[in-house]
Design a protein around this ligand. Structure first.
Ligand code: ADP
Ligand code: MG
Ligand code: MG
Length: 253
């Protein structure tokens, strides 16, 4: 099972002038095997949603719940949430100087599975995954994300997804900063993960471009801290034509 259930979620971001409410009653359920696209304009709170689910310390959940297969995540540490099966690909992946991709992923996998991958076979698995994402083998020994281009960081996030194999993947603007070939390669990586079965995907984006390659089962429009409309693929096509204008007008009215 890989069911992520978000119920009436409210969250604040920590700002210099105190907490600011960003999430205003998010309801969203991702069931096993589903691929949900969350689409919304800049500043609508999409990253806040991703960080709140993952437990980033700058975000405080003030009410509501997030469960993964029935386990309440909001009370857990970032590590415990990962252990429960949650994965977040951040909009701006973090550089970790001095830690190679191979070692970082081996440590993460050991922590998640409770067993360390075999030293002898692990580099082969990493190499194979890098190849699937069309990344140079040298990335295995480079410090994770350090000096990576924007696109390389995004591909690297999918390498992590591929190797760590979490239950549920929250992918925050995994398509931003990618050229058209890279969008396809990243999308294929998401599809491989999804098709492996027993996974759920929450794909946050504000462009429909990646949805040419990743077929969403559900599409949500996210404006002003909550979901304002839900539909299928046709909703993304509609947004491509009409944009977010009418939703924004409704918020301002
Ligand atoms: P999105 O990912 O949809 O572009 P974000 O979740 O990044 O939106 O941001 C939502 C809102 O929260 C924005 O208005 C943003 O300016 C605000 N915000 C986020 N972090 C901070 C912060 N540290 N201080 C003040 N405002 C913030
Ligand atoms: Mg943004
Ligand atoms: Mg964002």
């Amino acid at each position: 099972m890989a069911d992520l259930v978000i119920k009436d979620l409210y969250a604040d971001v920590e700002t210099e002038s105190g907490p600011k409410q960003i999430l205003k009653g998010v309801d969203l359920t991702v069931r096993t095997g589903e691929v949900h696209a969350i689409m919304g304009p800049n500043g609508s709170g999409k990253s806040t949603l991703a960080y709140s689910i993952a437990g980033h310390p700058k975000y405080t959940i003030t009410s509501g719940s997030v469960t993964l297969d029935g386990v309440e995540l909001t009370e857990l540490s970032v590590d415990q949430r990962a252990k429960a099966g949650l994965f977040l690909a951040m909009q701006y992946p973090v550089e970790v100087p001095g830690v190679s991709t191979t070692n970082f992923l081996r440590t993460a996998k050991a922590a998640l599975d409770g067993v360390a991958p075999k030293v002898r076979t692990w580099p082969k698995e990493v190499a194979a995954s890098l190849e699937r994402l069309d990344m140079d083998p040298s990335f295995a020994t480079r410090s994770i994300n350090e000096g990576f281009s924007g696109g390389e960081k995004k591909r690297g996030e999918i390498v992590q997804l591929d190797l760590l194999d979490p239950k549920v993947a929250v992918l925050d603007e995994i398509d931003s900063g990618l050229d058209i070939d890279a969008v396809r390669i990243v999308a294929e990586g998401i599809n491989r993960y999804s098709e492996r079965g027993n996974h759920g995907v929450l794909l946050i984006t504000h462009y429909t471009r990646i949805l040419r390659y990743v077929e969403p089962t559900h599409v949500h429009v996210f404006v002003d801290g909550h979901v304002v409309e839900e539909g299928g693929r046709e909703l993304a096509d509609e947004l491509e034509v009409s944009g977010y204008d009418r939703y924004l007008k409704a918020v301002r009215a």
